[in-house]
Write a protein that binds this ligand. Structure first.
Ligand code: FAD
Length: 417
């Protein structure tokens, strides 16, 4: 297969699909390629957050209308956080921006269904986008003012003015293009498993986050309800810790369930559905170059997950639309150089500054030797006091989080208010 196009988007996850839609809306010839054939699984907490709902509703209202009527999603109300000493804190998902726009706040949906829904919706609503599935691209080079992508054994060649990599985290193809170094302190390793026959919690419409005891802080066990009584359980550990201690993530997940009395009872008759899926993710705790000659990176490929809450789908969608804007500028001026595309890096950092501020602020502390003990103590203390959780909700949805987080009054209120 030999294809020539203006833009090739590599990866048809939420980042790639959003990018392709935004490009098609600008009248740009787009090829969307994925190594998988949809539907396919993707390890994730599967919370479709408020920013994700907003981005989709604003970009593609017809697709969003179909999503509202889809039966593969679950309306989730919020999150219960459980501290290492079992104190709990409940936070309702209530985004003022979504409220203003009359949009729902949050869903859960398996990525098997949600990502397939996006790909099939593209085929239905945007026939100008050429979707190619089952094509694993393995090489990228630049020649004669084109980017050339090739699949394994050169079975397919795509010649494109611009490439937008939306191919997820830790991908060899992107690493070669960007020359990004591996930084295990900025990466996490995770696993996800589905269970049925789990006794629902007292609040069946809430997701649950159980922080680990000291050793593996700051992460834990995340449990999300899906439709038809299916439960998603996933866990993450920072990659350097996982490597150093040779952590068996499956074992860690099962022992976290076993060691918590309430969970152990609820999982007594649980049956695992399908296989455990592993994953690696770049935590949004560092910036690196996300563009170069003839290419830009979006979503997980650009490391845009919030390390504090694994919110990444919405960020992938935001970056995809931004990359489409810069692709248009490049095509209009027929300039695809790294120098020109550098402005995408700057615009992305500016756009994501607020959303990734918390991630960036706390991640340096993760490296300090006392951090696991300190964070455990703080969580135990703070959840016992059960201070104003609405303060956190406000922060989560604040348009000024970057400012709030450097305001000492915020911390005073959080711990003593
Ligand atoms: C354990 C865990 C829990 C998470 N929980 C949440 C959550 O609850 N909510 C949330 O918003 N985010 C969550 N995230 C983050 C979220 O999963 C990602 O941010 C999101 O999937 C990023 O979307 P993307 O389109 O950038 O990449 P992906 O969804 O990873 O899509 C990349 C696509 O590229 C394709 N691809 C890869 N390489 C190639 C290649 N060489 N050639 C062709 N195709 C290729 C893949 O097949 C895939 O379809 C979680 C992540 C993890 C790991």
């Amino acid at each position: 297969m030999n294809i020539k196009t203006e833009v090739c988007v590599v990866g048809a996850g939420p980042g790639g699909c959003t990018t392709a839609i935004a490009l098609a809306q600008k009248g740009i010839a787009t090829v969307l390629v994925d190594r998988a054939v949809f539907p396919r699984h993707k390890a994730c907490g599967e919370v479709i957050t408020s920013n994700c709902i907003r981005e989709l509703a604003e970009l593609a209202p017809a697709i969003f209308d179909d999503l509202k009527n889809a039966d593969f999603k679950f309306d989730i109300e919020g999150n219960t956080f459980v501290a290492p000493n079992q104190y709990t804190l409940e936070i309702e998902y209530k985004s003022p921006s979504n409220e203003e726009l009359g949009l729902p706040h949050c869903y859960t949906a398996s990525r098997y269904d949600f990502d397939n829904f996006l790909v099939q919706s593209i085929k239905k609503h945007y026939p100008s986008i050429q979707v190619i599935e089952g094509c694993h691209l393995t090489s990228f080079e630049v020649a004669e003012d084109f980017a050339i992508l090739k699949s394994k054994k050169n079975q397919s060649t795509i010649k494109s003015r611009l490439v937008i990599f939306a191919n997820g985290a830790g991908n060899a193809l992107t690493k070669r293009a960007t020359k990004a170094k591996k930084r295990p302190k900025h990466e996490a390793a995770g696993v996800r498993a589905y269970f049925k026959n789990v006794v629902p919690s007292n609040q069946p419409d809430m997701a649950e986050f159980y922080f680990f005891k000291k050793k593996y802080m700051p992460y834990g066990l995340y449990i999300t309800p899906l439709p038809n009584g299916l439960i998603n359980v996933n866990t993450m550990v920072r990659k350097d810790i996982a490597e150093e201690r040779e952590v068996n993530l499956r074992g860690l997940m099962m022992s976290a369930i076993e060691q918590n009395e309430a969970l152990r009872k609820r999982f007594e008759n649980a049956e695992m559905v399908g296989k455990i899926q592993g994953c690696s993710l770049e935590l949004g705790s560092r910036w690196w170059e996300v563009s170069g000659d003839h290419f830009m990176l979006v979503g997980d490929a650009a490391g845009l997950i919030d390390a504090t809450n694994a919110n990444g789908i919405g960020h992938a969608m935001i970056s995809g639309q931004l990359a489409a804007d810069f692709a248009k500028k490049s095509l209009d001026t027929q300039n695809y150089s790294a120098q020109i595309l550098k402005s995408y890096d700057k615009a992305l950092q500016k756009r994501m500054k607020n959303s990734l501020k918390l991630s960036r602020m706390v991640s340096p502390f993760f490296n300090m030797p006392f951090f696991p003990s300190l964070s455990t103590w703080l969580l135990n203390y703070w959840m016992k006091k059960s201070t104003d959780s609405q303060l956190l909700v406000k922060l989560m949805y604040s348009k000024n989080a970057a400012k709030d987080l450097i305001n000492p009054r915020f911390y005073y209120k959080l711990f003593f208010g």
